[in-house]
Design a protein around this ligand. Structure first.
Ligand SMILES: Cc1ncc(COP(=O)(O)O)c(C=O)c1O
Length: 392
């Protein structure tokens, strides 16, 4: 069915398996789905906004309680909801970084982190990954020293991914944060692949800012995300307005500057909150997610020539495979070329791997049941066998 604006009814096949790394942990819970329908009108939660007229003070739906819960759940002091992790990056750079000032970024950072420096006319200085795709404290120290020599003062902020989007590798957040703090550089922990799927305690990690993505990892609608910080940085980054109109003298209460007053006011905030109890529970079961993931990677590794390009053993459900000596060999002569793999998977109800790619590709098994993991594992082996690849 298609509405007058041309939007088709979206059907989500419950039994199908979507391996798209960015979608795996963002699918809504049934509770969020219902809440989104009930609260989908534009500014729906604003019916319940009373003095002092700020989103995080709304008692019903329980937005105020959610903020308090979120801060303690992340091991931080204060938090805010934002329209996506990228807006949290922007809020922090907006508060801490001036024109021409350096920010340390890892060479494996997301493009939105780079752009959040660009939007405030800051300058990026990178910490390159090691040949095995890790960000280490030693390299961070070297690059910070180099930036200090170049600029004459320490960088204003350091971004570090808990788990990067390229390989799904874990990085030495604690070690890097310890080094950064020796130079008084605040640390932004990018938790888009951790917050909402596994336990995170920002202060234990040495983070000054913890950023999560609602639509990527907290079973929430887009755009949504979270920013948590310490009391030390809250005064600057979550600061309230002081501006006034020079002619009218107008003032704006206690609105927060970094999110231009309010951020999520309808479906995204109620969806985020409605999924939160499930999200808090599911992070306790990360080991089960890893066990399911291993069923699939073991099956893939049984296909002769197949390797894992990410760190091993796997500690995350997002993995980059190297099938240049297996599926890519098939692709060279197959009539569908590289598309044979995505097409064979689609026939089996499996989507989310980039069509046409057979050398290196990423997938994420987060949220699959044991049965689905076994089905997926068997599907890869089956596809390999029907294309003449040997199984060890
Ligand atoms: C590592 C990383 N950081 C940040 C983002 C941006 O997140 P959001 O869409 O919530 O702004 C992404 C999105 O894919 C990502 O992979």
């Amino acid at each position: 069915m298609r509405c007058a604006a041309g939007i088709e009814t979206r059907t989500v096949e419950e039994s199908s398996i979507n391996l798209d790394p960015i979608q795996a942990a963002g699918r809504l819970t049934p509770e969020a789905m219902k809440a989104v329908i009930a609260w989908g009108d534009g500014y729906s939660v604003c019916d319940h906004c009373h003095k002092p007229f700020r989103l995080d003070y709304v008692a019903n739906p329980p937005i105020a309680d959610f903020h308090a819960d979120l801060s303690s759940w992340l091991g931080m002091d204060q938090s805010q909801v934002v329209p996506g992790a990228r807006r949290a990056f922007q809020e922090v750079t907006g508060a801490l970084v001036g024109k021409g000032e350096p920010v340390m970024m890892t060479g494996m950072g997301h493009y939105t982190a780079y752009l959040s420096v660009e939007v405030v006319n800051g300058v990026v200085r990178e910490i390159p990954p090691t040949p095995d795709h890790h960000i280490t404290a030693d390299t961070a120290a070297e690059r910070i020293e180099a930036a200090i020599r170049e600029f004459g003062y320490a960088p204003k902020l350091l971004f570090i991914d808990a788990v990067d989007f390229m390989y799904g590798n874990f990085h030495d957040v604690k070690g890097v944060a310890r080094v950064a703090h020796q130079y008084d550089i605040p640390v932004l922990y990018n938790g888009v692949y951790t917050v909402g799927v596994l336990p995170v305690n920002g202060k234990d990690l040495g983070a000054d800012f913890v950023v999560g993505s609602g639509h990527k990892s907290m079973a929430a609608p887009a755009p949504s995300g979270v920013l948590a910080t310490t009391d030390e940085y809250a005064d600057v980054v979550l600061r309230t307005t002081k501006i006034s109109g020079d002619v009218t003298g107008r003032r704006f209460g206690i609105k927060q500057v970094g999110i231009l007053g309010c951020s999520l006011m309808g479906a995204p905030i109620v969806g985020l909150i409605a999924s939160f109890p499930t999200v808090k529970e599911r992070v306790k079961h990360w080991d089960e997610e890893l066990a399911n993931h291993k069923i699939v990677t073991d099956a893939l590794l049984s296909i002769e020539g197949t390797k894992i390009a990410s760190e091993v053993p796997r500690r995350h459900t997002l993995t980059r495979m190297d099938t240049s000596a297996s599926f890519d060999v098939v692709a060279r002569t197959h009539k569908k070329r590289g598309f044979f793999l995505s097409s064979a998977l689609a026939k089996r109800g499996i989507t989310g791997i980039m069509p046409g790619v057979t050398k290196q590709w990423k997938f994420n098994t987060y949220g699959l049941t044991r049965e689905q993991a076994e089905y997926l594992a068997a599907a890869f082996v089956d596809i390999a066998e029907e294309n003449g690849l040997r199984i060890a």
